[in-house]
Design a binder for this molecule. Structure first.
Ligand SMILES: *[C@@H]1O[C@H](CO)[C@@H](O)[C@H](O)[C@H]1NC(C)=O
Length: 281
């Protein structure tokens, strides 16, 4: 029984982890500013590399907010099967073109997929917003994970462009000038959506997102304790405090906090002490 319980605990824990990680709703909060990226749709960008006597055309289809929709593309049907799998947020296709010959797709790479999305954000030095979505290793036998790094630059809306492709570490860089990255469009709860009932329209939805997060956290925690207690009971016939999973760790937690506060407090005291000394001089 307990041997069957452990895999289900692991499964559940990973399920919890994925649910928490899958909270990507295309809103980015960085240093107290909120960026709403939901207005950015699916885009396709291309660049051509001369490779005499032929040309290599890199084409990236991506959507920062949801998996890309199958394009009604002009690809030869024989190559249709090698399109990126469902759940792909960014797909790189490289086509070899040569005068007098049929176009030939030479690479199809899922750069970012829902199963390994792990969105990461940062602000670049010149105040642009960079969003990175991750993909699995590709080819599957390699250790190089793929990623799409989109730099959103404040400005009038333009088409995105491929900046560079670091093929050795699998990162595709795209620059995109768009109003969503502008300071004035940051954190404007009142003027984007008309509040439904007198006030905190946007705030409500952010609040419920946070509430949902804490609910999941609480839910995972409760399940951890219940299943852990069940496991201890089943395996060791534990009762009382012994039911608590990883009891020794949890027993130490209050002391860890006490030490933490003690060290904060002693820092404060020595600081005010020093100031007192300064004042008296
Ligand atoms: C994306 O790439 C840019 C450079 O092109 C870099 O400054 C930025 O830190 C990268 N973003 C992340 C989140 O790593």
């Amino acid at each position: 029984m307990s041997r069957r319980l452990l895999p289900s605990v692991v499964l559940f824990a990973s399920l919890c982890a994925t649910t928490l990680a899958a909270e990507w709703d295309c809103h980015v909060t960085l240093s107290l500013h909120d960026y709403d990226l939901t207005s950015l749709g699916q885009e396709t960008v291309e660049r051509t590399r001369e490779n005499p006597p032929s040309q290599m055309v890199d084409r990236v289809t991506f959507d920062l907010c949801k998996p890309i929709q199958e394009e009604s593309s002009d690809l030869p049907t024989s190559d249709k099967a090698c399109q990126c799998p469902p759940g792909t947020y960014a797909c790189l296709t490289t086509t070899n073109k040569k005068a007098g010959a049929d176009d030939r797709i030479v690479a199809v790479v899922p750069l970012a997929t829902s199963s390994s999305l792990d969105p990461a954000f940062s602000r670049t030095n010149d105040d642009a917003l960079s969003v990175v979505l991750h993909g699995p290793p590709w080819p599957t036998s390699s250790t190089t994970s793929q990623a799409l790094n989109v730099t959103l630059i404040c400005g009038e809306n333009e088409k995105p462009v491929i900046a560079k492709h670091e093929s050795d570490n699998g990162v595709m860089h795209i620059n995109w000038r768009n109003k969503v990255a502008c300071p004035e469009s940051r954190n404007p709860p009142e003027n984007t959506t008309p509040p439904p009932s007198g006030g905190d329209g946007q705030q409500g939805s952010t609040g419920s997102g946070i509430g949902w997060f804490f609910f999941l956290l609480f839910f995972c925690f409760t399940t951890y304790f219940v299943l852990g207690a069940y496991y201890n009971y089943n395996n060791y016939g534990a009762s009382g405090w012994d039911l608590v999973p990883h009891r020794d760790f949890w027993r130490d937690v209050p002391y860890l906090f006490r030490d933490l506060f003690a060290s904060i407090f002693s820092n404060r005291r020595s600081y005010s002490g020093a100031r007192g000394g300064y004042v008296s001089v």
